[in-house]
Design a binder for this molecule. Structure first.
Ligand code: PLP
Length: 461
């Protein structure tokens, strides 16, 4: 099966979506007029034709490629997860489960999660669908007392930082910190203080302690918060979050564990790490639609981070009870939240197989290194599926004289149905093998080697 099956699948889904619209237009009796009946028949024909295409494709009938449809004006159908091996550094962990895709179909309407919202009117208290239960299970899954969903890890940083940090407060971050951590601190009026890397490009507990001392000497006060990524986005290296949490405790400085690249793909337990706050990204690592994310904490900190509104209207005397200030009342509504909830069972299962993901990543990297001149800039062996590689002495040499320059590599990869590398980059770039099967990883390794050989680069056997 191939492209025709993919396109026909979208065609059928879209045709059924048009049918759904007719069902909506003719409710509650669904008495269809002549025009509508005609339309439904056309839709059924379209679906049947699509099913036939899929069946012929399944039986390996060679057919002309059907053309790719558009949703509307210039919005093309995104079929790369169906057609290509996607090694994009930030995309694999956020690829939806089939359950999440179904959630998008069924809960796409605006405030869909509010159907059964009852007193006390807060998103995380809704019982149908089981949103309240999900929050409790999520906290348990993360080894924390309380969890909330937020629109992205960045909004999790923001909730914590804006609760703790006042104007001029120093905040400890990594030299590999994500820009959203900088912005969360800036938004609250704080000042980032970066911990330098050691010779292995890792943040150690000692380096954090030294930075705290330095900040103390320089500003006369302790940092208000330590915010460190378990695995950073630049190299995918592991940083000593347990040691850093301990340093935080010794100084009485709370520690925010940034799990954007961990929560939802590997086991993470906040209590065991010693973190005061955990932040995760739904669309990066939890097989969820964007934007979505998680912030979790202990009961002790929950009072501060999840404080409820105290504001009273001066004219109306209105108060809004248990709405949480940092969450602006309700956060992730509709399909995004239900998508996360729908993926949760699969996520709980998949974190147990992280070691297998690492085996695949390390195998791929080792094969990749058989190409003469290829280097890996991330720590070795790999403890994450995100890896930064350097091909200056291999593929970049080809790019220097190729008429397509650096794009030759993207051309060669996409001709082999591989996408996600930074198009045009042939010096240092990142790839992520998360979620690929062994067969796909082997295919990927073979493709890199084939491209190398094609351009006269030596490949070790
Ligand atoms: C991707 C990433 C973020 C941002 O996550 P969002 O959910 O998109 O806000 C933050 N920190 C790190 C380390 C990341 O890799």
């Amino acid at each position: 099966m191939g492209e025709n099956a993919v396109r026909a699948t979208f065609e059928a889904l879209f045709a059924l979506t048009d049918l759904r619209q007719i069902l909506r237009e003719t409710k509650p009796t669904h008495d269809l007029g002549t025009e509508q009946k005609k339309k439904v028949r056309e839709i059924l024909e379209k679906v049947k034709r699509s099913l036939d295409v899929i069946e012929r494709d399944l039986n390996n009938c060679q057919e002309e490629l059907s053309k790719l449809g558009k949703i509307v004006n210039g919005i093309e159908v995104r079929e790369r997860e169906e057609l290509f091996i996607n090694i994009h550094p930030i995309q694999p962990g956020g690829r939806l489960t089939p359950e999440a895709m179904k959630a998008l179909i069924a809960y796409g309407d605006g405030y869909s999660t509010c159907d059964w919202c009852r007193k006390p009117f807060r998103l995380d208290k809704i019982k149908r669908p089981p949103i309240e239960e999900f929050h409790a299970e999520l906290a348990e899954f993360l080894g924390m007392d309380q969890a909330r969903v937020v629109p992205g890890a960045r909004r999790g940083f923001q909730a914590v930082v804006s609760s703790l940090v006042e104007r001029g407060d120093p905040v400890i971050v990594s030299s590999l910190a994500h820009y959203t951590e900088f912005l969360a601190v800036e938004d609250a009026g704080g000042i980032v203080k970066e911990v330098p890397l050691n010779e292995k490009n890792v943040i150690t507990a000692d380096a954090v302690a030294r930075k705290i001392e330095e900040v103390k000497k320089e500003t006369g006060r302790l940092p208000r918060l330590i915010m460190i990524d378990h695995f950073d986005y630049m190299l995918g290296n592991e940083h000593d979050v347990r040691g850093i949490a301990k340093v935080g405790r010794e100084y009485g400085i709370p520690f925010l564990y940034n799990g954007a690249y961990t929560i939802g793909i590997m086991p993470v337990n906040g209590k065991e790490i010693g973190a005061d706050f955990l932040v995760g990204s739904g669309h990066k690592s939890f097989a969820s639609p964007a934007p979505s994310g998680i912030v979790a904490t202990s009961n002790e900190w929950a009072e501060k981070i999840f404080r409820t509104t105290q504001m009273v209207g001066d004219v109306t005397r209105r108060k809004f009870g248990i709405k949480e200030v940092e969450m602006l009342g309700c956060t992730l509504m509709g399909a995004n939240l239900i998508g996360m909830m729908a993926s949760f069972p699969a996520v709980k299962e998949r974190v147990k197989h992280w070691d297998e993901e690492l085996k695949k990543a390390n195998w791929l990297v080792n094969e990749f290194l058989k190409i003469e001149g290829n280097k890996v800039l991330s720590e070795m062996p790999r403890k994450h599926t995100l890896t930064k590689v350097d091909t200056t002495e291999s593929f970049d040499k080809v790019a220097r004289t190729h008429k397509r320059r650096g794009f030759f590599l993207s051309d060669e990869l996409s001709a082999r149905k591989i996408v996600g590398e930074f198009a045009g980059a042939t010096r240092s770039w990142k790839l992520n093998t998360y979620g690929l099967t062994w067969k796909q990883v082997a295919y990927l390794a073979q493709a890199f080697k084939d491209i190398a050989r094609k351009y006269g680069i030596k490949v070790l056997e």
